[in-house]
Design a protein around this ligand. Structure first.
Ligand SMILES: NC(=O)c1ccc[n+]([C@@H]2O[C@H](COP(=O)([O-])OP(=O)(O)OC[C@H]3O[C@@H](n4cnc5c(N)ncnc54)[C@H](OP(=O)(O)O)[C@@H]3O)[C@@H](O)[C@H]2O)c1
Length: 254
């Protein structure tokens, strides 16, 4: 694979390759951003929580990293284009990670059309828009990683919309991997199991959290850093020959 390059005409010949982490200030996203910032000029996408993004950016800048923020609604075409435009300001785009997503626990019998549309927009439309922009803009030899969920495979009760959306994300990533392969770009998916984030604890009953922690081989919740480690594995040069793959980061769920 060709290494990330900076054109000789660039005003930043010494700079690190550029990366975009969408949803990059969230629970898992922040752990990913901390790792990606180590060797990239990083743009972090956020939407609802500007304060959280500002505080992460301040932390990373004070550690000497190049970090910019972009407010971007990833469920919209305009928002995703805006995020990629911002990321390209820092150089040739080598790396994109999609950490955008979320879920509730609607019973099938109570599912509304709005629930369906919201879940698909947040978890699937965003991923398709991100894949499209990545296919257009990530430079040759670059890497794209998207976060799915064990729900896509395990099909847990009350997760019909989320499981369907994440299964769709995985299918789209496999297609994208084929379309960009001729440029040496890889597209892969990390499939986390239950991971200890503020959002997960907000939406999940404590008893269900305990059951999820007991449900894998390691008998604990994943940490955001566990998941970031899986993302970094797929971003490393050792993963140049891995594309269209789903990497489970679940502590051994089955
Ligand atoms: N935690 C788990 O147990 C678990 C398990 C499996 C998979 N996952 C997946 O891992 C990812 C991160 O989850 P998390 O637990 O870390 O939750 P989180 O902290 O809520 O992260 C979700 C991220 O999505 C962003 N986001 C939400 N709506 C957006 C929108 N319309 N446009 C742009 N960004 C938006 C949020 O940013 P703002 O808040 O700034 O909008 C946030 O950074 C999600 O894809 C989730 O499905 C999580």
């Amino acid at each position: 694979m060709s290494e990330p390059t900076v054109p000789s005409s660039s005003p930043r010949p010494e700079s690190a390759p550029a990366a975009l982490v969408l949803g990059g200030a969230g629970g898992i996203g922040a752990a990913v951003s901390r790792r990606v910032a180590e060797n990239h000029a990083l743009t972090i996408g956020y939407h609802h929580h500007a304060d959280r993004a500002e505080s992460l950016a301040a932390e990373l800048r004070s550690a000497g990293h190049t970090v910019e923020l972009v407010e971007s609604d990833a469920t919209t075409e305009k928002g995703v284009i805006r995020a990629f435009d911002a990321a390209e300001q820092l150089g040739d785009l080598a790396t994109v990670v999609d950490c955008v997503g979320g879920w509730g626990y609607p019973r099938l019998t109570e599912l509304t059309q709005e629930d369906i549309d919201q879940a698909l927009a947040l978890n699937l439309r965003s991923a398709l828009l991100i894949l499209r922009e990545a296919a257009r803009r990530v430079h040759d030899g670059g890497k794209v990683v998207l976060l799915s969920s064990a729900a896509a495979e395990v099909a847990p009760p009350r997760q019909s919309t989320y499981a369907a959306a994440k299964a769709g994300l995985e299918a789209a990533a496999r297609v994208a991997a084929k379309e960009v392969a001729k440029r040496g770009v890889t597209v892969n998916v990390v499939r986390p199991g239950a991971t200890d984030t503020e959002f997960m604890r907000q939406v999940t009953a404590p008893r269900a959290v305990e059951a999820m922690a007991a449900g894998n081989a390691m008998k604990r919740l994943g940490t955001p850093e566990d998941v970031a480690g899986a993302v970094m594995t797929l971003l490393s040069p050792d993963a140049d020959w891995i594309t269209g793959a789903v990497l489970e980061a679940t502590g051994g769920l089955r």
